[in-house]
Design a protein around this ligand. Structure first.
Ligand code: UFG
Length: 326
């Protein structure tokens, strides 16, 4: 298959490009490098450009027989979305709409969308299944849910099929050591802990220890990046075979508190480091754990990285073998 991966130079996109290419697909990455890295695109063709550039999209779609588009070029920082909602609605909604309409002009009808657990907001119950009410509490979550709604309507009106994956906490790195997580600024828990473990950061700050959880810190469901990519590959085949749109929650189904993640990182790295407690970060739900049984049943998807320790080990290898050497 020929697949356009929008945002293929970013964390999730670059792992996806590698997996698709190694499976024998013809892959084109489109990325404006605002957050991605050109050297993270190790497979296929690379085009530098913006998903909001309709004429450039027309020329890409005109020149090739693209079978499907995967979209990973969303802005992802919850806190930033609260301060700069315009930026989030522009990129995540308006630019995605431009991409979808370009697909329609060229009769490309298969779309995979990177959605998020943030569409559920503060959960009413956990683990969270697909039927859970969607009530985002920040512009980031709203922007992703808006596109899910657009996609429902485009399916009915235009026959554009889409699969939306609501990620819980994507984590870990390519086990081959070729790719990993590189966000600037880094806001995610596991890479920050590992920076403390390698000595690149003075300490790790725990945002709140007074949540209604066993040890008082927030509980999250960490899912390895390659397991996420597996679900996308299976989702694409499933969408084409059944000619229909689907939405899936993706996680391991197991929750780990911030303190538990820190303990795992200390074991994996064999290093001790300073841990300090800070006030709660705005907008953090106490517990977010996925019920991914629908993806398991429909896609026959099963995470291969079942243990948090294995996930953290891949991220630790990336920290010491790549990031510490930059
Ligand atoms: N945390 C700390 N200290 C830090 C960083 C994070 O204690 O230095 C805590 C957070 O408060 C949270 C947990 O670690 O409780 C995980 O935080 P992350 O920032 O790693 O991840 P989030 O759960 O906030 O965010 C993830 C995705 C987002 C997505 C969100 C949906 O990374 O893109 O889930 O709720 F929007």
């Amino acid at each position: 298959m020929k697949i356009l991966v929008v945002g293929g130079a970013g964390y999730i996109g670059s792992h996806m490009v590698k997996q698709l290419a190694l499976a024998g697909n013809d892959v084109i990455t489109l990325d404006n490098l605002s957050y991605g890295y050109k050297d993270a695109v190790k497979y296929g063709e690379f085009i530098e450009g913006d998903l909001g550039d309709a004429s450039m999209l027309d020329s890409i779609f005109k020149s090739g027989d693209i079978d499907a588009v995967m979209h990973f070029a969303g802005f992802i920082q919850v806190g930033e979305s609260v301060i700069k909602p315009s930026m989030y609605y522009h990129n995540n909604v308006i630019n995605t709409h431009t991409l979808l309409d370009a697909m329609l002009r060229h009769d490309i009808k298969n779309f995979i969308f990177s959605s998020t657990a943030a569409i559920f907001g503060e959960p009413d119950y956990t683990p969270i299944d697909e039927a859970h009410i969607k009530q985002p509490i920040n512009p980031y979550g709203h922007s992703k849910l808006m596109i899910e709604q657009v996609l429902d309507d485009y399916d009915k009106a235009y026959g554009l099929r889409s699969t939306c994956f609501r990620y819980f906490n994507a984590a870990g790195a390519d086990p081959d050591g070729e790719l990993g997580e590189r966000h600037i600024p880094e806001t995610h828990l596991i890479p920050l802990i590992l920076q403390a473990a390698s000595g690149r950061r003075e300490d790790i700050k725990v945002f709140g220890d007074d949540y209604p959880t066993d040890d008082g810190t927030c509980v999250r469901d960490y899912i390895h990046i390659n397991d996420l990519c597996d679900a996308h590959s299976l989702g694409l085949q499933h969408m084409i075979k059944h000619d229909r749109s689907d939405r899936f929650n993706l996680g391991n189904g197991k929750g780990f508190s911030v303190k538990q993640v820190i303990d795992v990182a200390k074991r994996v790295s064999s290093n001790d480091f300073k841990v300090t407690t800070e006030p709660r970060r705005d907008g953090d739900p106490a517990i977010l754990v996925a019920d991914a049984s629908l993806a398991n049943k429909e896609l026959n998807w099963q995470p291969k990285f079942a243990e948090l320790e294995e996930i953290v080990r891949t991220a630790w290898n990336w920290e010491i073998d790549y990031l510490c050497k930059q």
